[in-house]
Write a protein that binds this ligand. Structure first.
Ligand code: ADP
Ligand code: TYD
Length: 226
């Protein structure tokens, strides 16, 4: 997050569908709240009235005619609304804002997966996010086989989840390359490990960052940070 007048830290979770990132995002939310910090969790695409409607359009399995450029513009539109309505206000009001996916998903799925020009993606995602950047990103990394196995237990698949194994492999490789290019921001979690163990790793990183930023639990114990 660049706007240092905001008090909170911005944390995102990324990974292929079925990696376990939503499980981790929720588990980390509980952990930070149990430790007395104010935190909120949003999901992408979604989290606002307009973004949830865009989500319906994007994930509808009947929309097989959707072209890649429409897809990237809609994901970015949903993110622009979430950023202005929820993420930025959330960072003013909370110690931590957690997002289940943010712009790395667009780079991985629409950039590496669909092959849309990366310069265009970078410019678009930066504008849509109002130039804010996550302070810390967890990439929950799994093999495509494990992700498929986990997804199959959940039931109905959305339009993107119905994509080919080839597409999903490109997305996974894309996420790994994004992590390699951003070693200071992105921490790779081995998604095949135990849920609680992964939350321990994520919480340790968050705790260190909270200390570095001087964010503490309010002494009166009402979870307001100083
Ligand atoms: P995603 O948000 O990445 O699509 P979910 O968090 O919804 O994935 O998890 C997909 C499935 O895998 C769920 O049934 C969840 O309980 C299970 N799961 C998530 N993380 C783990 C883990 N570390 N070990 C075993 N099962 C997991
Ligand atoms: P999500 O709700 O996270 O699905 P899941 O919980 O199954 O992982 O995301 C919906 C789908 O949208 C998912 O398949 C990934 C895709 N997606 C993109 O293709 N580009 C994006 O920018 C975002 C945010 C998501």
């Amino acid at each position: 997050m660049n706007e240092k007048e905001t008090k909170g830290i911005f944390v995102t979770f990324e990974g292929i569908d079925g990696s376990g990132k939503s499980t981790q995002a929720n588990s980390l939310l509980r952990r930070v709240q149990e430790n007395g910090f104010n935190a909120v969790l949003f999901r992408e695409p979604g989290g606002t009235r307009i973004s949830e409607q865009i989500r319906q359009i994007l994930l509808n399995t009947k929309h097989t005619e959707m072209v890649a450029i429409t897809e990237v513009l809609l994901y970015s539109a949903a993110r622009a609304q979430l950023t202005e309505e929820m993420v930025i206000p959330g960072l003013h009001e909370n110690d931590i804002v957690i997002c289940d996916r943010y712009y790395d998903s667009t780079t991985a799925y629409q950039g590496y997966g669909r092959g849309i020009n990366m310069e265009f993606i970078n410019a678009l995602t930066s504008e849509a996010a109002n130039r804010i950047e996550p302070d810390l990103t967890f990439l929950v990394d799994v093999s495509v086989d494990l992700a498929e196995k986990r997804s199959s237990t959940i039931g109905k698949r959305d339009r993107i989840e119905l994509e080919s194994i080839e597409f999903k492999k490109k997305v996974i490789e894309g996420f790994r390359e994004i992590a390699e290019n951003n070693p200071n921001r992105i921490v790779i979690l081995d998604g095949s490990e135990d849920i609680e163990q992964l939350t321990d790793i994520a919480w340790n990183k968050i705790h260190t960052l909270l200390e570095k930023e001087g964010i503490e639990i309010a002494p009166e114990g009402n979870s307001e940070s100083i």
